[in-house]
Write a protein that binds this ligand. Structure first.
Ligand code: DC
Length: 215
């Protein structure tokens, strides 16, 4: 039976480890439903990147982070990812980035946010939560291919080792570790391409009553 249309503001909370496909999925869902999208990993990357360059305390940087700080192409590099993962373990950094993320999420239009703690900490009451994951090997393979396409000189074993290290740091930290919310829909993309992941997410959302753009 088709569920009735859902009328709650549509917040789509997407969490998962790096290279699981959550960013691509978040962008596609945001386009489909006409919602603003925030890649929250960029906030941590920006704090880590600025901390390394300015010597300022990460918590202080987080407290005064501007939207323009996340518009930096260098934040896409793996070095920035590692820097972001390190500062993400500092509770004051997380606390100082909370308001920015909540303000983004709880606007009237709804929003799509992707990260590590969106369904558990930032938007625990989001009507749609997705936990996007894939095996370490398939994520490392994806990341390796992406880096090669961008012309980066790297080796697969190094990509895998760095990803394993980041997984461990993000999952084992005491402050808001990466974990699925109990009510999240688990999407394993190990054997899925971006189209299949998008279709699976849309089917899940339709079952919850969120069907079309603008609902
Ligand atoms: O998603 P990403 O790879 O761009 O994130 C970079 C780092 O930031 C990641 O290793 C962990 C951290 N992060 C976090 O702790 N919480 C979030 N909501 C998003 C990212």
């Amino acid at each position: 039976m088709t569920p009735p249309p859902n009328t709650r503001p549509l917040i789509i909370a997407i969490d998962g480890p790096s290279a699981s496909g959550k960013g691509t999925l978040a962008k596609r869902l945001a386009d489909h439903f006409g919602l603003p999208h925030l890649d929250t990993g960029l906030l941590y990357r920006a704090v880590g990147w600025l901390a390394e360059r300015t010597g300022k305390a990460p918590a202080e940087i987080a407290a005064s982070l501007q939207s323009s700080d996340i518009d930096n192409p260098e934040l896409k590099t793996d070095d920035a990812g590692q820097a972001g993962s390190k500062v993400a373990a500092i509770p004051e950094v997380r606390a100082n980035l909370l308001k920015f993320q909540k303000d983004f999420a709880y606007r009237r239009s709804g929003a799509v946010l992707d990260g590590r703690d969106i369904g558990t900490v930032i938007c625990p009451d989001a009507p749609v939560k997705l936990f996007v994951t894939a095996t370490l090997e398939s994520r490392a393979e994806r990341r390796y291919r992406e880096l090669r396409e961008r012309g980066a000189d790297t080796i697969k074993t190094r990509v895998l080792a760095e990803m394993a290290e980041r997984d461990r740091r993000d999952s084992e930290r005491a402050a808001a570790p990466l974990k699925a919310a109990p009510d999240a829909y688990l999407l394993d993309t190990s054997d899925m391409d971006a189209d299949a992941a998008f279709a699976a997410a849309l089917a899940f959302m339709a079952r919850k009553g969120f069907r079309t753009a603008g609902r």
